[in-house]
Design a protein around this ligand. Structure first.
Ligand code: SF4
Ligand code: SF4
Length: 114
């Protein structure tokens, strides 16, 4: 990957992408910089939303990005079988959020190559 470019108080530009922090080394704790999701929607995003230039579930906070499928799937999962299944049980959304987190490797550190 190319070197990081200019930097401001909250935004670090990387090839024109507005990151929230510099990307940490691969394997280091995820900082929510946003690089992986801004570069290309992940396979889970493509599976749920179809192929799009930008992932509809990428949530921008003041100091980091987060994945809406993990933090609030009820706000992002579109109508269909998955939504019906989650709504059918009181714990459905929580289970879905945990499943999405597992599928995305949440807590396992930065999985974007250096
Ligand atoms: S689904 Fe989540 S992890 Fe995947 S690209 Fe969208 S915001 Fe990123
Ligand atoms: S996984 Fe890595 S590239 Fe993706 S948001 Fe976290 S720190 Fe940034």
């Amino acid at each position: 990957m190319a070197a990081a470019g200019t930097e401001s108080a909250v935004t670090v530009y990387y090839d024109g992408l507005p990151l929230k922090t510099a990307k940490p080394s691969e394997g280091a704790p995820c900082t929510g910089c946003g690089l992986c999701c801004l570069l290309q929607p992940c396979l889970l995003s493509v599976e749920i939303f179809g192929k799009q230039d930008a992932c509809p579930a990428l949530v921008e906070l003041a100091d980091r990005y987060s994945c809406g499928l993990v933090t609030a799937p009820q706000d992002f999962v579109p109508a269909g079988e998955m939504r019906q299944a989650a709504e059918a049980k009181e714990w459905g959304w929580q289970a879905l959020a945990q499943t999405f987190g597992k599928l995305l490797g949440a807590g396992r550190g930065c999985d974007a190559s250096d």
